[in-house]
Design a protein around this ligand. Structure first.
Ligand code: PEP
Ligand code: MN
Length: 334
């Protein structure tokens, strides 16, 4: 739409689009509004005439298979609100906390430590996707309540993983953001359900998901009506076995060209090794990431999952000090 299009002009276009059998998604930017039309290829000639309607600046076909995730529909980049935090602006999001919630004392100590060091969100898994069915599976609902309580106490919005569509409702009640893990990155029925949820989603890249497939996964959530999606690069499987995964930092500038969605990086799962987390976190910020997800445990040697990659609080403080310096160099703040 033109920069000064009136609400009535915008509404008239939305009605025309829907009348032509398309879904209309309204995207309100700082300068102008975009009406994204999603539907069958066949009817698209009808949309070309919209160019002659008042308030319309241009009609532009989006050639990419992901329509709502495409950069073109929101050239200035989207900003996603999680509680009072905004992800995708100048300020970096730092989500930190243990791999899994293990006890009230553990999550409280983690929350206190990451808050003191400058994190602005608390993470912790209550439902854990474990390779072995015999490994610790998470504290489930009890863990969720402990996470919520710790987040409130320290003033940090919380993010936690959802694995099963049946758990969505109760997680929505207690968490500020829902995480889709790497193992569910292409669980299309879960993604569809999350399109109907009224909370932001943190979508992790699958370990063998190409970037275009990653954006198609995001498109499932967006097309369901939930426009609040943040992407997370967390490493992919390659022939390299020295590290748990290969953190694909190419993904950041590439995705920045292709999509308006914010992108954060998880160097904890991306490397699997505590000593590699700080250098890769810094590289991620230098490459243009909008934030980080970092696993922090008060006593990593006692962790019930992912001990080798979790930072102790003092190391996390060191990370935050270094991140502030790199952030300043690339004109970002923490
Ligand atoms: C996690 O963040 O807790 C997690 C399980 O990560 P991923 O899905 O990236 O393996
Ligand atoms: Mn983990």
């Amino acid at each position: 739409m033109k920069a000064h299009a009136t609400p009535a002009e915008i509404q008239a276009i939305i009605e025309r689009v829907e009348g032509a059998g398309f879904q209309a998604h309204r995207i309100t930017g700082v300068e102008r509004t975009v009406v994204a039309c999603v539907g069958e290829e066949r009817g698209k000639d009808d949309l070309a005439q919209l160019e002659f309607f008042s308030g319309v600046e241009s009609v532009m076909p989006i050639l990419k298979p992901y329509k709502l995730a495409a950069r073109e529909v929101h050239p200035e980049g989207s900003r996603i609100k999680v509680g009072n935090l905004e992800i995708g602006g100048k300020g970096l999001a730092v989500m930190a906390g243990p791999c899994a919630i293990e006890s009230a004392q553990q999550i409280d100590r983690a929350a206190q430590a990451v808050k003191a060091a400058g994190a602005n969100m608390l993470r912790g898994g209550a439902f854990k996707p474990r390779t072995s069915p015999y490994s610790f599976q998470g504290m489930e609902h009890d863990g969720l309540l402990l996470l919520e309580k710790a987040g409130r106490e320290f003033g940090l919005p919380v993010v936690t993983e959802v694995m099963d569509p049946h758990d969505i409702e109760r997680i929505v009640e207690h968490a500020d953001m829902l995480q889709v893990g790497a193992r569910n990155a292409q669980n299309f029925s879960l993604l569809r359900r999350l399109g109907k949820v009224n909370k932001p989603i943190l979508l992790k890249r699958g370990m063998s998901t190409k970037l275009d497939e990653f954006l198609m996964a995001a498109e499932y959530i967006l097309s369901g009506g939930n426009s609040n999606v943040v992407l997370c690069e967390r490493g992919i499987r390659t022939f390299e076995t020295a590290t748990r995964n290969t953190l694909d930092l190419n993904a950041i500038p590439m995705l920045k060209q292709w999509t308006h969605l914010p992108i954060i990086v998880d160097p904890s799962h991306g490397t699997g090794t505590e000593s590699l987390v700080i250098p890769m976190a810094l590289a991620a910020i230098a490459a243009g990431a909008d934030g980080l997800m970092i696993e922090v445990h008060p006593e990593p040697e006692k962790a019930l999952s992912d001990g080798p990659q979790q930072l102790r609080p003092a190391r996390f403080e060191e990370l935050m000090r270094a991140v502030r310096r790199v952030a300043a160099a690339v004109d970002r703040t923490v």
